[in-house]
Design a protein around this ligand. Structure first.
Ligand SMILES: [Mg+2]
Length: 111
């Protein structure tokens, strides 16, 4: 049991405050190519957790790093991520799934 507030609004506000504290907008911290590089870096750290068999806590920390960057990237681009999330989830729910080389894949399968 924890005391974390799991509302998206609260998480959004925390990331917004973080950007404000370090003046991301004024210091190119919200510039897209830079943000893509940062997200790639965190994705690589997630990958290393898997390939190096690191503890679940380490993996959770790297996923959180990426999640915070994703929220911040949406904020910096003035995108309503909550609306985009639910819109996309709705699309995904209606997609087909296939087993491809032993793994499940949910996609539009345009071929
Ligand atoms: Mg990290």
């Amino acid at each position: 049991m924890n005391n974390y507030n799991d509302s998206y609004q609260t998480m959004l506000q925390a990331v917004r405050s973080f950007h404000k504290k370090y003046r991301f907008k004024e210091t190119d911290g919200e510039e897209m190519t830079y943000r893509i590089a940062l997200m790639t870096e965190e994705l690589e750290e997630i990958s290393a957790c898997v390939t190096k068999g690191k503890a679940k806590e380490a993996l959770g920390e790297e996923i959180a790093d990426l999640f915070i960057l994703v929220i911040g990237t949406a904020l910096s681009q003035d995108i309503d991520l909550k609306a985009a999330f639910w819109s996309k989830m709705q699309q995904l729910e209606s997609r087909q799934s296939r087993m491809i080389e032993g793994r499940i894949r949910v996609s539009e399968f345009r071929e």
